[in-house]
Design a protein around this ligand. Structure first.
Ligand code: F6R
Length: 607
């Protein structure tokens, strides 16, 4: 969702602001803008649509100034338009904002009653007008900011520029993330360390309710009326990590990074010498866990669905999996002694955050699997098991998912060992399957021409596509359908193969491709029957299986993709890769914006 950057520097800042906005594009946006101080006055350039439009505006109307703020906006209040694009400004302040001001109607009512005129449809404008109103009542910028923090409700990150004040820039956070960067005679504020990466790797993260006054040589952080200190750390993200390399899209680059990042993740959670998993000390006893509740959104939710099969099968533990947006409002009873596992790439997804807060309030131990260790979900968990995927830029999640699955399988193995449901031999067998996984994923990646052909000849022309799978392949069918929908805009459904005859079979005819995710496992024969039922209705079957499965069903498919033969327990991790690439090449064939699909955002910080 929205991205924020602010710089107080020595050189003209507009090129740096635009450069940072490019690194924030991955979050998803529909308009953008920058504001600087020119001879003490706020001046702005804004544009609807992609950053190239803003760059074109800046080329015809350059914006000088050594202090400024910039924004990529994902519309919530008010349609995407230049008028609603940030920075939102009055003659006294310019504001960029990520999140939602929940009491904006109430504040707007008060401000309009004071005689203030609003120029946009955004909730953000109440922040600009409120601070302006305080400044006009002779408050200092610091007093105005402190007072505004008391009035604003909701989740937000803000950066604020004051007219006539070349010496200060302010930031504030409640809910949405905001990082402060320390440079040499320059200071920065930005949504995340990625935005700041080429400027500085010295960063601190604001906590909820913090607000900060930046000066060129440092900053002061406040919480309530008091000054507070926030630790300055060396960010692990370098500018070099966030390029596309030789790949056409970030998504393709990230898909290809999977053997390496799964390997990095395994190094943390598995000892190849002893063929056993090595987890940090957990804040609970597996033998006393009353129930596991898993929660997440989107692709991360499907990772949880796969993990349910693992926890139940390997550790005989009862697991509930629920999308976070439902769990948080359903308010289910959670038995004392339960563990809530939250899974999130960004660690900022607002529904997942709210779900863990609910679980925490209900005395659950919170364990999170996140890719951004400084994120809100990580900070609010009792224990964090990080995925080592590195920055994921493409909106469609790929390498984060397979590393999430890798961590969750290690966790389920540890649970099985602790509960005596998994023998040392079985653990060693699974550890070996995991150790070999990066090589198997690499083999699956080497079939790229085959994915491209299926995408171009079977999927790209379709109006609807059905994905089927059974057991732990069912969530992979869901994931395949989600990936196809989000980046190629083709309607797709994922279904449990055995459920197909209860409705979706009616959709099948010779125009509907049916992608069947079918590694040879204990229920392969059952999937094979469903495959044949779909074939009998004329469906165009695309089979994803191993040599044995293709040998058995390949002659009935329009195309079969033969993946490496692996232990069925790790198969869901491997089979995630072909469904990613099928979606990727279909999107390329259709010419869609692969890395920034329409209407989507990378980090979903609104409900
Ligand atoms: C799909 C996708 C989304 C995310 C979801 C959760 O490719 O990326 O469905 O998985 O928005 O995001 P995180 O993992 O950041 O909580």
């Amino acid at each position: 969702m929205c991205g924020i950057i602010g710089i107080i520097g020595k050189a003209p800042v507009t090129p740096l602001l635009v450069d940072a906005l490019k690194r924030l594009e991955y979050r998803g946006y529909d308009s953008s803008g920058v504001a600087t101080l020119v001879n003490g006055h706020i001046d702005r350039r804004r544009a609807e649509g992609k950053l190239v439009n803003l760059e074109a505006r800046l080329a015809s109307e350059p914006l000088p100034g050594t202090i400024g703020i910039g924004h990529t906006r994902w519309a919530t209040h008010g349609k995407p338009s230049e008028r609603n694009a940030h920075p939102i400004a009055t003659d006294r302040v310019a504001v960029v904002h990520n999140g939602i001001i929940e009491n904006f109607q109430e504040l707007k009512g008060e401000l309009v009653a004071e005689g203030r005129h609003f120029d946009s449809d955004t909730d953000t404008e109440v922040v600009a007008q409120l601070i302006t109103s305080y400044l006009e009542k002779q408050m200092s910028p610091e007093q105005a900011m402190g007072k505004a923090m008391e009035r604003l409700r909701g989740a937000f990150a803000l950066a604020i520029l004051f007219s006539g004040r070349h010496d200060i820039l302010m930031g504030a956070r409640r809910g949405s993330s905001l990082a402060v960067g320390y440079g040499d005679g320059e200071m920065y504020v930005g949504t995340d360390a990625l935005a700041l990466a080429p400027f500085t790797r010295q960063v601190s993260y604001l906590e909820d309710d913090d607000w900060v006054v930046l000066r060129a040589d440092g900053c002061t952080v406040y919480q309530g009326g008091f000054e507070v200190k926030r630790e300055v750390r060396q960010s692990g993200i370098s500018g070099a990590m966030i390029g596309k390399g030789n790949h056409r899209h970030f998504m393709l680059k990230e898909i290809h990074e999977q053997p390496a990042v799964i390997g990095d993740t395994l190094q943390t959670y598995l000892d190849p010498a002893t063929r056993s998993v090595t987890l940090p000390v957990l804040p609970f006893d597996w033998n006393k866990v009353s129930r596991i509740t898993m929660t997440a959104c989107g692709t991360a939710y499907y990772a949880c669905m796969v993990a349910k099969y693992w926890f139940e099968g390997l550790a005989r533990l009862s697991v509930e999996v629920e999308v976070a947006s439902e769990l948080r409002y359903r308010e289910p009873p959670l038995p004392e002694g339960g563990v809530c596992i939250a899974v999130s790439q960004s660690g900022e997804t607002v529904d997942t955050l709210a779900a863990i807060r609910y679980a925490k309030a209900n005395k659950q131990t919170i364990l999170s699997v996140v890719n951004v260790p400084e994120s809100a979900i990580a900070r609010e968990s009792h224990l964090v098991l990080p995925t080592l995927a590195g920055p994921e830029i493409s909106v469609a999640s790929t390498k984060a998912t397979t590393t999430q699955l890798t961590v969750l399988l290690c966790l389920a193995i540890a649970a099985g060992r602790a509960r005596g449901t998994l023998s040392p031999e079985a653990e060693a067998r699974l550890a070996l399957a995991l150790i070999e996984l990066p090589a198997h994923v690499n083999q699956a990646l080497n079939m790229e021409e085959e994915y491209r052909r299926v995408a171009e000849t079977v999927l790209a022309e379709a109006r609807d596509v059905l994905y089927l799978g059974r057991g732990s392949s069912f969530p992979i069918a869901l994931e395949g359908a989600l990936k196809l929908k989000e980046i190629s805009y083709i309607h797709a459904e994922g279904y449990a193969a055995g459920e197909m005859k209860h409705g979706p079979i009616a959709l099948i005819d010779e125009t509907v491709p049916v992608v069947v995710v079918a590694p040879t496992d204990a229920i392969f024969d059952k999937t094979a029957s469903n495959f044949e039922q779909a074939k009998a209705r004329g469906g165009k079957l695309v089979l994803l299986s191993d040599a044995a499965g293709v040998g058995r069903l390949g002659n009935q498919a329009v195309v079969s993709l033969t993946l490496p033969t692996v232990d069925p327990v790790v198969a869901p991790i491997l089979y995630t890769v072909p469904v990613q690439l099928l979606a990727y090449y279909t999107a390329v064939a259709k010419g869609t914006d692969v890395d920034q699909p329409r209407n989507l955002a990378k980090s979903v910080t609104v409900e």
